[in-house]
Design a protein around this ligand. Structure first.
Ligand SMILES: NC(=O)c1ccc[n+]([C@@H]2O[C@H](COP(=O)([O-])OP(=O)(O)OC[C@H]3O[C@@H](n4cnc5c(N)ncnc54)[C@H](OP(=O)(O)O)[C@@H]3O)[C@@H](O)[C@H]2O)c1
Length: 259
């Protein structure tokens, strides 16, 4: 399917690895000029090269912490008027909620709620003027389904979701859409980084833990960043102009509900 967005410009935050990288790759394959981002400069440069080689597209790497004003300035300097913004960031670490002090809570809320809102504030009016804009926020299935220990992450992302529900309706008339994608279990560094500790805790091998986690998903597997990226690219396409204020769960059926 031609997504109808060739020649458009995108900023994809936190995209040197994982889900963000999947989104950047799918957008580049659709002919979008993509700014990618991460803090590790070498990893970012390698990813830019890889995506260009894979898609033939133009990829501009911006090494920066997206949670900081300087990082956001650097992204907007590389792409002052994006047609597409994919908000993504690292998430707070797994922790008992009793151990979260005020500073940790403010950091989590800054990363996963304030930062995406700040970027939207910066890009939305030019999108409205051009009568085209696609904003996708990578949040988490934990917005719908609690995960004990990721309470701060869930709370900040649920706050973002509620905040943007009204904003999406307010700007819908201008062909500017805002949607969330809620990942379940996707095969990325972040997901895999938790397996050794889980294996130790349960006195199992890492392979056993991986198989157990997969078995808990109706699809019997983890998602992969490519399929995540393709769903994101569709929400950024010309065909998705009537989809706004939605939160798309990509979880292989993990969240058990009838609607
Ligand atoms: N994978 C899953 O199953 C899953 C499920 C639910 C929710 N999520 C959420 O989805 C998001 C992406 O997850 P992922 O699995 O793709 O993670 P990942 O594989 O660890 O990749 C994270 C990416 O974000 C970049 N990054 C992290 N902090 C950043 C910052 N402050 N500024 C700029 N770039 C930053 C990393 O690069 P640098 O480290 O070099 O900065 C890397 O490119 C996270 O918020 C995660 O909590 C993931």
């Amino acid at each position: 399917m031609d997504l109808g967005i060739a020649g458009r410009k995108a900023i994809v935050c936190a995209s040197s690895r994982g889900l963000g990288r999947g989104c950047a790759t799918a957008l580049a394959a659709a002919g979008v000029e993509v700014v990618i981002n991460g803090r590790d400069q070498d990893q970012l440069a390698q990813t830019a090269k890889d995506i260009e080689a894979q898609t033939g597209g133009t990829v501009i790497p911006v090494a920066a912490d997206v949670s900081t004003s300087e990082g956001q300035e650097a992204l907007l300097a590389a792409c002052p008027a994006p047609d597409i913004l994919v908000n993504n960031n690292g998430g707070p670490p797994f922790k008992d909620f009793r151990e979260l002090d005020r500073e940790a809570m403010l950091t989590g809320v800054t990363q996963n709620m304030v930062t995406p809102i700040e970027l939207i504030q910066r890009v939305v009016d030019p999108m409205i003027e051009r009568k085209f804009g696609r904003i996708v926020n990578i949040t988490s299935a934990s917005v719908k389904m609690p995960i004990v220990g990721l309470d701060l992450s869930s709370g900040a992302r649920a706050g973002l979701t509620a905040f943007l529900a009204g904003v999406a309706r307010d700007i819908a008339q201008h062909n500017v859409t805002i949607n969330g994608i809620l990942p379940g279990l996707f095969d990325t560094d972040r997901l895999r980084s938790g397996f050794p500790a889980m294996a130790k805790l349960q006195n199992k091998s890492v392979e056993e833990v991986v198989e157990m986690r997969k078995a808990g998903v109706p699809a019997q597997r983890f998602g992969n960043p490519e399929e995540f990226g393709n769903a994101c690219a569709f929400l950024c396409s010309v065909h998705a102009g009537y989809i706004t204020g939605q939160n798309l769960l990509l979880d292989g059926g993990l969240f058990n509900s009838s609607i």
